[in-house]
Design a protein around this ligand. Structure first.
Ligand code: NAD
Ligand code: DAU
Length: 350
């Protein structure tokens, strides 16, 4: 049985990856290591948490002795590293947590893997899951390629860029078998409601203003989370050692167009008067250093590994809205307590 470590498996993307691997690979023992910060929630995995090939470990990737003992105990064959502080706005309020988790935490994992694999790397793989934000911001044209120079603009993207560089440095220096992917914006079930789409869904439900930063003209390239999980599965098994692959949806939307589309879907699903949710749109002060446009060229992973997204955006957004409306308890639970305080701080002066 192969022993696989997934970090951050209780979070948004991590929970979809854990579910896919636990169900699809009964001969893998999946160890999900997660600190259960505000963004991690074991509810996300309640359908698979009694499976015999799954184990949850609560722990902090910034704790080096703990990470070393985990690698020594489980002798992992592979690592899928998703644990991170992931929200740009929080990185503007508190950069240090991002430096610790995203940079120091990644180095602890690299050291743990290097220590147990240094005499034999056969069949081993350290997979670092990263973001398109490391490339900075595009103008109105062009796409991010794997060869695009790094130009991160926020503390979040700078911390992810640092971790990417460190992963490559361990490959170049110690021959650690690694692979990296840089993905565009994900959407779908289980995303914490600090992010644009679930935040808007939650506010529409409660007839609260939908805050749009600046003029709403910033562009993101949206990918359904299960399509990201399928790409991760493919790259983990078939990606070339030392390589980077960009993953994206070829699905660009300005924030305002996306929110208008979401409002139409919400009106339909909530049986509201057409146009009523759109009345909630409120333009607020822009995000500091707000990147204008992200757009991924994913031709390398399509050409070399045969991956492509399975869902059209219209279908994906329907499924997403349905999931949140069928899981209002989940939404209310994660939106209470500490999140209310964050929301107040983030939006009250905008
Ligand atoms: P998320 O914030 O939903 O989940 C992060 C998880 O990491 C949580 O379960 C949290 O408890 C855990 N975690 C945080 N700090 C930890 C620590 N110190 N030790 C152990 N666990 C810790 O994030 P997400 O949106 O699912 O993103 C997952 C990964 O994918 C991140 O590395 C992110 O940079 C990357 N990514 C995200 C997107 C996106 O659109 N969400 C796109 C591209 C790449
Ligand atoms: O591109 C990949 C990245 O996508 C990931 O690496 C990050 O982890 C993930 O959080 C996401 O980053 P963004 O900053 O693009 O996502 P967010 O949902 O925070 O914002 C999407 C866009 O919507 C962005 O242009 C900012 C804008 N926005 C966001 C919020 C929360 C608003 O206009 N209003 C809001 O209240």
């Amino acid at each position: 049985m192969k022993s696989i470590l997934v970090t951050g498996g209780a979070g948004f993307i991590g929970s979809h990856v854990v579910r896919r691997f636990v169900n699809k690979y009964p001969d893998y023992k999946i160890v999900n290591l997660d600190l259960l910060t505000y963004a991690g929630n074991l509810e996300n995995l309640k359908d698979i948490d009694t499976m015999p090939n799954y184990e949850f470990v609560k722990g902090d990737i910034t704790d080096a002795p703990f990470i070393n003992s985990l690698f020594s105990k489980y002798q992992f064959d592979g690592v899928l590293h998703l644990a991170a502080e992931s929200h740009v706005d929080r990185s503007i309020l508190d950069p240090m947590t991002f430096i610790m988790t995203n940079i120091v935490g990644t180095v602890n994992l690299l050291n743990g893997a290097h220590e147990i694999w240094k005499s034999n790397t056969d069949g081993k793989r350290f997979y670092h899951i990263s973001t398109d934000e490391v490339y900075g911001s595009l103008g109105e044209t062009g796409f991010f390629l794997e060869t695009t120079s790094y130009d991160p603009q926020s503390p979040y993207s700078a911390s992810k860029a640092s971790s990417d560089h460190l992963v490559r440095a361990y490959h170049n220096t110690y021959k650690l078998p690694i692979v990296i992917t840089n993905c565009s914006n994900n959407y779908g079930p289980n995303q914490f409601p600090e992010k644009l789409i679930p935040l808007a869904i939650q506010n529409i439900r409660h007839n609260k203003p939908i805050p749009i930063y600046g003029k709403g003209e910033n562009i993101r390239d949206w990918l359904y989370v299960e399509d990201h999980a399928s790409a991760i599965d493919l790259v983990f098994h078939e990606g070339e050692n030392g390589e980077t692959y960009n993953i994206g949806g070829h699905n660009e939307w300005t924030n305002i167009a996306l929110i208008r589309q979401l409002c139409i879907t919400m009106d339909k699903k909530l049986d509201r008067e057409p146009g009523s949710s759109e009345q909630l749109i409120t333009y607020v002060k822009d995000r500091a250093g707000h990147d204008l446009r992200y757009a991924i060229d994913s031709s390398k992973i399509q050409r070399e590994l045969g991956w492509k997204p399975s869902l059209q955006f219209e279908e994906g957004i329907e499924k997403t809205v349905e999931w949140y409306l069928n899981n209002t308890d989940w939404l209310e639970n994660v939106s209470s307590g500490a999140y209310e305080k964050y929301y107040e701080k983030q939006y009250k002066s905008r």
